[in-house]
Design a protein around this ligand. Structure first.
Ligand code: UGA
Length: 423
């Protein structure tokens, strides 16, 4: 199929590259000219395992990027993959969705065949029907018989996005008309997974509900972990025993410093905001966020309980990205931890295999080291924030600390004497 993807960010780039790999003809439309040049040269502007290989194989052949919307004139399907960032009140900012819809509609005027406009961005229920559809129809001058509309949420994890795209658990296609739903399903023909057809708003809600449930599992594990910590019980042993129940499942029960990233915190906040607008008081979702906000501070409190005042002390922070295998620091739990350490006048040294340059923009004044050993040397305490595999091999490096006080926010270390935030 001829596919246009509006937005060459994380979701758009992975989606476009994978669709090209499956044999489709893909154009990524991206306003940032620098990104367009990089994509066309086969250099992904973001880091994602396996992406560079696939992009190199397809750039200039089955895949190209452009700042213009011309490709839409011959597209069978257009995916909208623009950002829906969090506004100050927690709700989703839909301004990029509106402007993308308007540009797509204008470009569709020149498309003489049936085309589907598919929203892949995470959007509040009603957005596709009440914003995208009317804007596209108005700017294109077309009817619902000429343009179909669908909502097809993504379930891509950073660090595993290619695998999640190629071997998904399910493909959700929301549409209010049969033809559009069938048309979108065609593009996934090469992928073996259950296809779930729903209405537009249900598909939009499935995405929020999935991320909210995942976040709930983590905050639940963290709350149990916080109780276990007082009782001297290992929460990982507990969750292993609990996760064998198929009604619960073993994944996403890893307690620690809380969830970060560009999706879970933002999507739970948006759902809270949606609930409030609907006159609900979403106590459970709010608690999920509250547990998550407090969890990083427990690490600093534990450090103080062992070291006394940390003012003037040298504290090593290992891991800055929100999880391993990414340079993404959005909502990383390392951010509130470093902020708190600085507020308490500690001297912070930090190391991450990939995320230093991103974190330098948030905290330009702390000391960044080129390896974990240098970060630890002479430090009075260490906080492990990200589950990078290389940290699990650290052992003798901790002997170089002035005081061997090690607090883990992720269960990763194999050395002796580390203390977990909730185990
Ligand atoms: C998340 C979802 O997992 C994807 O399914 C979804 O498509 C994506 O958001 C999205 O909406 O685009 P992602 O943000 O890449 O994916 O990262 P996760 O693997 O979900 O991890 C999120 C955070 O939770 C990380 O900080 C991680 O360390 C933490 N986490 C995860 C835990 O603290 N405990 C766990 O058991 C699992």
């Amino acid at each position: 199929m001829r596919i246009s993807i509006v937005g060459g960010g994380y979701v758009g780039l992975v989606t476009g590259t994978c669709f090209a790999q499956l044999g489709n003809d893909v154009t990524i439309i991206e306003i940032n000219a620098e990104k367009v040049t990089k994509i066309n040269k086969g250099h992904p502007p973001i880091y994602e395992i396996g992406l560079e290989d696939l992009l190199k194989q397809n750039a200039g052949k089955k895949l190209r990027a452009s700042t213009g919307f011309e490709a839409i004139a011959s597209a069978d399907i257009v995916f909208i993959c623009v950002g829906t960032p969090q506004k100050l009140d927690g709700s989703a900012d839909l301004s990029s969705i509106e402007s993308a819809s308007s540009s797509v509609g204008t470009a569709l005027k020149n498309n003489l065949s049936y085309c589907c406009v598919v929203v892949k961005s995470t959007v509040p229920p009603g957005t596709t029907e009440k914003i995208v559809q009317p804007v596209v129809l108005k700017t294109s001058g077309k009817t619902e018989h000429e343009v179909g509309f669908a909502m097809n949420p993504e379930f891509l994890r950073e660090g595993r996005a290619i695998e999640d795209f190629m071997q998904p658990d399910r493909i959700v296609i929301g549409s209010n008309d049969l033809r559009a739903g069938k048309h979108v399903a065609l593009v996934y023909q090469g992928i073996s997974a259950p296809v779930i057809h729903t209405g537009l708003t249900a598909a939009e809600m499935i995405k929020y509900t999935s991320n909210a449930f995942l976040a709930t599992k983590i905050s639940f594990a963290n709350e149990i972990g916080n109780i276990c910590k007082h009782l001297g019980i290992d929460v990982y042993e507990v969750m292993k025993g609990v996760g064998y129940d198929p009604r619960i499942g073993p994944s996403f029960l890893n307690a620690g410093a809380g969830f970060g990233g560009s999706c879970l915190p933002k999507d739970v906040s948006a759902l809270v905001s949606l609930a409030k607008d609907a006159g609900e008081n979403p106590v459970m979702l709010q608690s999920v966020l509250t547990v998550n906000e407090q969890q990083p501070f427990r690490m600093v409190a534990l450090l103080e309980a062992k070291l006394g005042s940390i003012s003037g002390k040298r504290i090593a922070v290992l891991g800055l990205s929100f999880k391993d295998n990414t340079d993404d620091i959005r909502e990383s739990r390392a951010i509130p931890v470093i902020r708190e350490l600085l507020q308490k006048r500690a001297y912070v040294t930090a190391y991450d295999p990939m995320a230093i340059s991103n974190m330098r923009q948030v905290f330009p004044g702390i000391e960044y080291c080129s390896c974990a050993a240098d970060t630890l040397a002479g430090s009075d305490g260490c906080l492990v924030m990200t589950e990078w595999p290389e940290f699990s091999r650290l052992d003798k490096e901790f002997d170089q600390m002035a005081h061997r006080v090690i607090i883990e926010g992720r269960r990763i270390l194999t050395c002796k004497g580390a203390d977990g935030v909730c185990w």
